[in-house]
Design a protein around this ligand. Structure first.
Ligand code: F6R
Length: 614
């Protein structure tokens, strides 16, 4: 949440900042702004709205400067307006600062600084930081890096910040605690800064991920210097980015979400690559190899995550219990962290997160780690905070997910959970040799089957058109199709703003059935498998109340076809792998309804990707 960019070097900073902000806009789009240092002057431009609004606002404004910082905001403290937009400036006009995170003790700092004569213009928590740093710089008579260090020592909360000073025109000082920051090392002493690597990759592949409590000094023509809050010098660890620029473009699709839905055959394959070995009949997850025995011995696994990642965790519960016979509890990270959960060193906690930055998931990890549990991460973003705080883990390899609604990340997470369950089940002997081999074969065919589901898009779009005006929708499923029902409902809610609920199909008669009338579309996952007959009965209950049934069925199904208003066929697969196929039509339905309703599909209102606030 909130995107940060920065540049210091010989080039014009403004175009670099604007391009970077466009890449980071998925992190928040309430307002945007830049600060440019040119000679001894500092120019701050900011406005409510998207990066395109900032660009329009910049027409005719002073854009010179080869040092600059930029910000795209997801509002926490104070409404989205021009004044609350970042960068914020100190009263002296010397400093400008951008921030991602939340300053918890901002009220106390503000009160103290107000007594000392500082005037605040905005409602934000961020503004206190720029006044505080300026105050420390003057009273302690120190340079900017030292003022940042001393000021941050009295700050409680989460932050990734970048500060420029008109008196040090070739310098940016940045710092992080619990919010991400990446520094790009360019040619000839130029430096780039961003919340993630997406704005940096087109300039350089050499990056340094700042650690918590570190302060970086980026100065034109100089090497990067890093100190920690205790003033100890740190050696920057330079890594090479594996990201490719094409992954950050729409590639001919109208929206990132549609591109990402269509990428799923590839992203599922990439999540299995080098891990599923049919020839040898084995699953190897290199990242957790050292923990295999711990999994085999585990009596319980806890899974934590938020939103779509939590739904993937629920699918994981079915997979791990079924294939590896380990008891699993799935928790919302946001709830887990505020209980006093009973965990000890025998527990394994799997933390699932696309971004690897979700604040609640990070906090849940810290809590479980503190109690001695082994923490295994399933993350998509390489080098992200969660990937770094876990003991071990497996990346999902879905590639950058830019649409705010998570799609390919979900199927990649489920793929990794499937591999984990197969690996543990095989080691433990809970899956017999021949069954294991059949499952591996079937899993390998899943990307082709997803491809086949995607070929039904025209029919799915036709169905979307019929239900585009519905103001409510129900999603039903049983077993591992229940989390898929939840995920289908979440997709519709978040990008179409249509109220939708996911339910275990049999629970419907305990309340939600009262909602059903001829206006209500009911999406049912009714594929062949263990609970097929039961789901058919649930469909009959809906039909008896005149609800409209849109069923996801196995190719060749006859019984549901006779009852349902519409069926969408998916290829046959084993029960365990159905979620990887059945979620795809639901993603496409939501996408097309949202487009038909003229919604901003990639940047739905009030949302942002990478929720770095609790
Ligand atoms: C839904 C969605 C969110 C995220 C949630 C967790 O489409 O994108 O519900 O799944 O915010 O994010 P990560 O996976 O980055 O921890």
């Amino acid at each position: 949440m909130c995107g940060i960019v920065g540049y210091v070097g010989d080039k014009d900073a403004y175009p670099i900042l604007i391009n970077g902000l466009r890449r980071l806009e998925y992190r928040g789009y309430d307002s945007a702004g830049v600060a440019l240092v040119h000679g001894g002057s500092l120019h701050v431009h900011k406005c409510k709205g998207k990066v395109s609004d900032l660009e329009a606002h910049m027409e005719g404004q002073e854009r010179s400067g080869s040092t600059g910082i930029g910000h795209t905001r997801w509002a926490t403290h104070g409404p989205p307006n021009d004044v609350n937009a970042h960068p914020h400036q100190s009263s002296s006009g010397d400093l400008a600062l951008i921030h991602n995170g939340i300053i918890e003790n901002y009220a106390a700092i503000k009160e103290e600084l107000t007594h000392r004569g500082h005037t605040f213009l905005s409602d934000t928590d961020t503004e206190v930081l720029v006044h505080l740093i300026d105050d420390v710089k003057r009273t302690e008579e120190v340079d900017l890096p030292e003022a940042v260090r001393l000021a941050l020592d009295s700050v409680v909360g989460a932050y990734a910040i970048a500060v420029v000073d008109r008196n040090s025109p070739d310098m940016i000082v940045a710092a992080r605690k619990s919010s991400p920051l990446v520094i790009g090392i360019g040619a000839d002493g130029e430096h780039f800064l961003a919340s993630d690597a997406t704005p940096i990759v087109e300039h350089t592949k050499n990056v340094v991920y700042l650690e918590d409590g570190e302060i970086a000094v980026m100065e034109k023509g100089s090497t990067l210097k890093i100190r920690n809050i205790k003033n100890q010098e740190k050696t920057p660890f330079i890594q090479e980015l594996e990201m490719h620029l094409e992954a950050l473009e729409k590639g001919g699709y109208d929206h990132f979400m549609l591109k990402e839905i269509h990428e799923q055959p590839r992203s599922i394959r990439d999540s299995m690559r080098g891990r599923l070995n049919l020839a040898k009949g084995e699953v190897v997850l290199g990242g957790i190899k050292d923990y295999e025995q711990r999994f085999v011995n585990a009596r319980r696994i806890l899974i934590v995550g938020c939103g779509t990642s939590w739904h993937a965790g629920l699918v994981g519960e079915y997979l791990l219990e079924d294939l590896a016979r380990i008891s699993v509890e799935v928790e919302y990270a946001s709830e887990f962290r505020y209980r006093d959960p009973i965990i000890d060193e025998n527990d394994i906690v799997i933390a699932i997160s696309q971004s690897g930055e979700t604040a609640d998931t990070l906090a849940a990890i810290e809590l479980a780690k503190g109690k001695g549990a082994t923490i295994i991460g399933i993350c998509n973003v390489v080098g992200s905070s969660i990937a770094r705080v876990t003991h071990a883990g497996s990346y999902t390899h879905a590639g950058p997910e830019i649409g705010v609604a998570s799609t390919k990340a979900f199927t990649a997470q489920v793929t990794v959970l499937t591999l984990m369950s197969l690996m543990i089940g095989h080691k433990k002997g809970t899956i017999s040799g021949s069954h294991f081999y059949r499952l591996l074969n079937e899993l390998e065919s899943i990307p082709d089957k997803v491809e086949k589901v995607l070929k039904n898009e025209a029919q799915i779009k036709y169905i979307a058109d019929i239900y585009r005006s519905a103001s409510n929708a129900l999603y039903l499923g049983r077993g591992s199709s229940f989390p898929v029902a939840l995920e289908g409902a979440l997709k519709l809610k978040e990008i179409s703003y249509v109220h939708a609920e996911g339910y275990p199909a049999a629970e419907m008669k305990h309340g939600p059935i009262a909602l059903i009338d001829e206006e209500m579309p009911v999406f049912v996952i009714a594929t062949k498998g263990a609970s097929y007959e039961k789901v058919v009965s649930n469909i009959q209950e809906v039909k008896a109340r005149k609800g409209k049934i849109i069923a996801i069925v196995t190719e060749g199904d006859k019984a549901v076809k006779e009852l349902a208003d519409h069926v969408i066929e998916i290829p046959e697969t084993v029960d365990q792998f159905v979620p990887l196929l059945s979620v795809v039509p639901l993603q496409l339905i939501s996408y097309h309804i949202a487009v038909m309703l003229n919604r901003n599909v990639d940047q739905p209102r009030n949302l942002a990707k990478s929720v770095t606030v609790e």
